[in-house]
Design a protein around this ligand. Sequence first.
Ligand SMILES: [Zn+2]
Length: 342
Amino acid sequence: MEEDIAEIPHYKYYFATFKELEDKVDQIELLSDVIGVVTIVQDLEKSTLNSRITSCRNVTIKNVENKELQVTLWGHKTDLFDDNVLKTLEGPVVTIFTSVLVKKSLGKPRLSSTTSTLFFVNPNIPKVEDLKTRFQEDVKTIKFLPSAITTQSSLNEEKKENRKTLVKLLEIRPKSTKDMRFTVKAVIVDICEKDGWYYMACPNCMPPVSQADVSWWCQKDSFINKSPLAWYKLNTIISNQTGKMRMMIYGRVAEYLIKEPCIQLVTNHVNQDKRKFPQAIIDVIGKYKIFQIAFETKAIDNVAICKKVFDDETSEATNNRHRLSPPINPKTPDPKVSVNQR
Ligand SMILES: [Zn+2]
């Protein structure tokens, strides 16, 4: 930490406001620097990042507007952020995190460290003094919390939040509830083959890009000089005792469900029919999960989008007995057709 502090005068910061962070959600090319007073430091925990188990630590900071923001440090960044050192410091403790990625969780922006993230504790710059003065009375000490328990309990709450039966969800199919989330316990019984299982996405704004000579074309950004991302897009049918519903699963959410990065499956699947599903995708059919769903208006339709997937421990062992319809395996493609499409 001390070495990092010594380097500080050489770095030029642009601290993002919370409004600016909201605008950058999930745009991996746009990294931000943030500054805030540390209010909560949680214990180390294990979590999955890009399908790998890694250590992480959640830190909560408050900005000058008195708003809280959570920063998740991943991998070896967690070792560097030493809570034993922080415990010796007198509050308020101001920290800068550089090059963080902005994600969204429960409607709020949430920051995640990247390989280029650095952090500085109480560096000697005027902004730090301003924050210290501002929070002199309010944040005298940092709260050190055990992580596993708090994270697990909030996860469990989220899992149960706004739980609906499928039939109820179909009935309300809300038009004016863009920011509302519902949870439902159901099985994926089918994935539409016609739509394929992935597309090439613009790295800035995520919609599909099309190949234009040597470059790629995005409707919003026109020509892009970065490589597009392979992005899952699964048009699924979910079902339970009460009904059936169409639900889209995209990107990272699908990655969590399939447990394989999309690019990995695409690479293994090269030269094969895009509509033929890899086994890892077929494997998600027929298992009970808890899906967190939001409704978004696309074109004229109101589409159910899966925002999160939770494992349902209570039914893991009984999936087979409870299965309502047999999983529908995508048909084996006609070899002649595959040849033609190469
Ligand atoms: Zn774009």
